[in-house]
Design a protein around this ligand. Structure first.
Ligand SMILES: Cc1cc2nc3c(=O)[nH]c(=O)nc-3n(C[C@H](O)[C@H](O)[C@H](O)COP(=O)(O)OP(=O)(O)OC[C@H]3O[C@@H](n4cnc5c(N)ncnc54)[C@H](O)[C@@H]3O)c2cc1C
Length: 376
């Protein structure tokens, strides 16, 4: 019988997408929630996020859909284009998935919605609290991201490896009122993803294969000239977008294994703390949101905390592992060169004409998944 969370104290380390969504889900089921966040204020970098229906179903169940709709754009399509700008295939989400909620949102807007809802639900959020070792408490949730202390406490030290890819992110003003769709421009050894955001912005992420080592952090500023030089041969709207970039950040993409151990009966991890992913399926935040729901549902379902956390790990690990694997594969698919690239793009073009719905169906297992009905 659900209800096992009522008045149970829970400490969450980290107030990002995972920690704040977990705070809302746990608090709505009656837990006594404290969030410890390292930053002095809840802020987010100026970048965008694509949210797919597997995540928006959870946000709906948490009562956040009206707030989400007010500050996001419905994503109508994913458009794959060659580096020249020529269309390869346009996956029409509005036509083939009319009921599904795909959204484009500024990260800062999502965090604002989550923080507001968590506080309104009664979660205590303590800022400026950098947690170095797992805090005391009978239930500790590690939502402390890529370099999670709680993950280290559960799994020991692990060393990620550089994938040989660097990424730039940038946002530009964009009032072009184009259709809200995510565009992916694919060139040899590089690709660029861009989509509009509510409020007249456009998000840009550009990935380049390189031998140069880069930091893993998100916040190293770079000269926009480097971004323009790396994508100088790209056509379509790319040159005019990149001409407008006056600030950009660069970072190295590292591969981390999905954590071997997600919980020990007292502590559990979720989001990037458990399964950092390359950004090529746009699922990192979506998985964090799914995790948060499932974790709360499992804990509420049974007073036996060890059994509940084990069930959470058993339900979540295979799916997270599969999605992380799909993101790794996509990096290769976007960056093909020579005859392989021509063949792959031709196959996509034909597939897009003959059976466009079928190309999208390859990802049904990601987007059709409903964490809410799987773990009510
Ligand atoms: C370029 C790029 C594009 C992306 N695009 C998408 C997308 O389109 N769709 C999508 O779903 N995902 C996307 N992602 C992934 C997504 O951003 C992450 O997976 C998601 O933010 C993970 O959330 P999190 O809460 O687990 O971690 P984080 O967002 O990193 O939050 C962790 C929080 O914990 C805090 N913290 C860390 N250490 C401590 C400590 N010791 N003590 C206290 N607090 C601590 C941090 O300050 C932070 O607030 C993208 C990622 C990148 C890099």
């Amino acid at each position: 019988m659900p209800g096992a969370l009522r008045s149970r104290p829970v400490t969450i380390v980290g107030g990002g997408v995972a920690g704040l969504t977990a705070a809302i889900a746990l608090r709505q089921r009656g837990a006594d929630v404290t969030v410890l966040e390292r930053a002095p204020a809840i802020t987010e970098v100026g970048a965008g996020l694509q949210l797919s229906p597997n995540a928006t179903r959870v946000l709906d169940a948490l009562g956040l859909l009206p707030a989400l709709d007010a500050v996001s754009l419905p994503s109508q399509a994913v458009r794959l284009r060659d580096a020249s700008g020529a269309d390869v295939v346009r996956l029409d989400l509005a036509r083939h998935r009319p009921q599904a909620r795909f959204r484009l949102i500024h990260r800062a807007r999502l965090i604002e919605i989550l923080e507001h809802a968590a506080r309104q639900a009664g979660a205590q959020i303590t800022l400026g609290q950098a947690v170095e070792t797992p805090p005391d408490g009978t239930l500790v949730i590690g939502a402390d991201g890529l370099h999670s202390r709680i993950r280290t406490a559960l799994n020991g030290r692990e060393v990620p490896f550089f994938t040989g890819q660097t990424a730039w992110r940038a946002a530009i003003a964009d009032d072009a009122a184009e259709a809200p769709e995510a565009q992916v421009f694919m060139g040899p050894g590089r690709h660029l993803v861009s989509y509009p955001l509510a409020g007249g912005f456009r998000n840009i992420v550009a990935v380049l294969e390189t031998r140069d080592w880069q930091d893993e952090g998100w916040s190293r500023p770079d000269d926009p000239a480097n971004l323009r030089a790396a994508f100088a041969r790209f056509g379509g709207p790319v040159p005019s977008w990149l001409a407008q970039v006056d600030q950009t950040h660069v970072w190295g993409l590292f591969r981390h294994e999905v954590a071997a151990r997600w919980q020990d009966g007292r502590m559990a991890i979720l989001g990037d703390a458990a399964h950092p992913t390359l950004p090529f399926m746009a699922q990192g935040a979506c998985m964090a949101i799914e995790d948060a729901w499932t974790l709360a549902a499992c804990l509420d379902d049974t007073p036996d905390q060890q059994a509940a956390l084990l069930r959470y790990e058993t339900l979540r690990k295979p799916r997270a592992t599969r999605i992380v694997g799909a993101a790794n594969d996509n990096a290769r698919n976007y960056h093909l060169t020579g005859p392989k690239r021509l063949a792959a793009h031709a196959a996509l073009r034909i597939g897009g004409k003959v059976a466009p719905g079928a190309i999208l169906s390859r990802f049904d297992w990601i987007y059709d998944f409903d964490p809410v009905t799987e773990t009510p």
